[in-house]
Design a protein around this ligand. Structure first.
Ligand code: PLP
Ligand code: COI
Length: 392
């Protein structure tokens, strides 16, 4: 086997006495024998940043072309041991997901739309010639991990447990072809607000020289390489004093696509606000936050248009006052206002550069559903109970 995970302690192995399943797959459960004390866990969770404070368990499932999905295991979080020839490290055959688990005011714990992430994970896998993990296996795996790490779902406002599924080519062979072996790894980390400044608007830089995705490429897949490819443009944005980069289409270099890790929505004010967002052309990620916000906007009776919008139209509509707000959205940041846009020497400020009322209200409404403070008419929350093993 090319990938190994930390060997469970003897007593932990003995603890796996039941015969649970994830989807139709048998799984070995080896809970940590000595979980961290409440005091140590709370201290670790205090200032978690993003992606550095992981919960105590992880879940892995191997896949081979001959044997399919196998060796599902929930065990102590720890490093993977990889052969230097592991294919994904060289050729980037790797996809991931990201979604959040929220704690409600009543203490209950719920994942936000994990089924949607499971479907997107399958679509990304298909594009990268990786095996497609069945949705029920994905969702059951999330339930199991969160059930065991229930105490890691934060109570602090704005903090959540972020779930990070990953699937990569684990075969140690460097012929360029789809891997014969893959590893699914499910981990969870405590996440603070991605933008610690909260609702303070970000500034964006329009990338004229770099493209993120081209027609026929991998723009609609959540694959590792898309993020590496966006870093140089993000660095260029920072050099020009901007927080984030806006990518344009690769062909005409005029149609707005998205940011490096978020979708963009535009608000045309008026008695009934109109929301415009780039249509899903195959070169941008079909964001689940984007879909949720468009649904909420429609529920509120707003007009919603998914269509091409050019960067020239963006500038003209802001200058004329027709476009009153713009915001970026994604799982990590939820919803962040865009205050200022810079393209070469030109720049424009949206509204008064602050947070507009439609942006603030959509953010509040989405967070209210996510935290269980408002009704959930679309059934987006999946409640997860603590594992029996953790009950006194
Ligand atoms: N676009 C890109 C490139 C992303 O990485 C993300 C984040 O996941 C999004 C958009 C927003 O997607 P979602 O709302 O599903 O998190
Ligand atoms: C998210 O918004 O959750 C993302 O996955 C974007 C980035 C952190 C990779």
């Amino acid at each position: 086997m090319s990938v190994t995970t930390p060997a469970p302690h003897g007593s932990e192995r003995e603890a796996s006495t039941r015969h649970p399943m994830v989807g139709g797959l048998p799984i070995t459960i080896e809970p940590v024998s000595e979980p961290l004390s409440d005091a140590v866990r709370r201290e670790r969770m205090r200032e978690p940043g993003f992606g550095r404070v992981f919960s105590e368990h992880m879940l892995t499932i191997r896949w081979t072309r001959d044997g399919g999905w196998q060796d599902a295991s929930l065990h102590r979080y720890g490093p993977l041991v990889l052969d230097p020839a592991t294919s994904a490290l060289h050729y980037g055959q790797s996809v991931f997901e990201g979604f959040k688990v929220y704690r409600g005011a009543d203490g209950s714990v719920a994942a936000f739309r994990p089924e949607a992430n499971a479907e997107r994970f399958r679509a990304s896998s298909r594009r990268l010639c990786l095996p497609e993990l069945p949705v029920d296996v994905f969702v059951d795996a999330v339930d199991l991990l969160v059930a065991h790490d229930h105490e890691w779902v934060p109570t602090a406002p704005g903090h959540t447990l972020y779930i990070r599924p990953l699937l990569f080519a684990s075969e140690p062979e460097l012929v360029v072809r789809p891997s014969e072996e893959c590893l699914f790894v499910l981990t969870a980390f405590v996440a603070a607000d991605y933008f610690p400044r909260g609702l303070t608007p970000v500034s964006v830089w329009v990338a004229d020289h770099f493209v993120r995705a081209a027609p026929g490429g991998t723009g609609a897949a959540k694959c590792a390489a898309n993020y590496a490819a966006g870093l140089a443009a993000q660095a260029e944005a920072a050099e020009h004093g901007c927080d984030q980069v806006v990518f344009l289409d690769a062909v005409e270099r005029r149609w707005i696509e998205e940011l490096g890790g978020m979708n963009l929505l535009f608000v045309y004010g008026g008695d009934v606000p109109r929301i415009v967002t780039p249509e899903l052309t195959g070169t941008l990620l079909p964001g689940i936050t984007r879909d949720s916000l468009l649904t909420i906007a429609r529920d509120l009776g707003y007009a919603v248009e998914e269509r091409r919008i050019s960067v020239d139209e963006w500038e003209a509509d802001v200058r004329s006052g027709a476009m009153t707000e713009a915001f970026a959205c994604g799982t990590a940041a939820v919803l962040t206002p865009v205050g200022r846009v810079r393209r070469g020497d030109a720049q424009w400020t949206i509204g008064d550069g602050g947070t507009g009322p439609v942006t603030a209200s959509l953010r509040e409404r989405l967070l209210a559903v996510q935290t269980g403070a408002a009704p959930d008419p679309h059934g987006w929350l999946r409640r997860i109970e603590p594992s029996e093993a953790l009950r006194p």
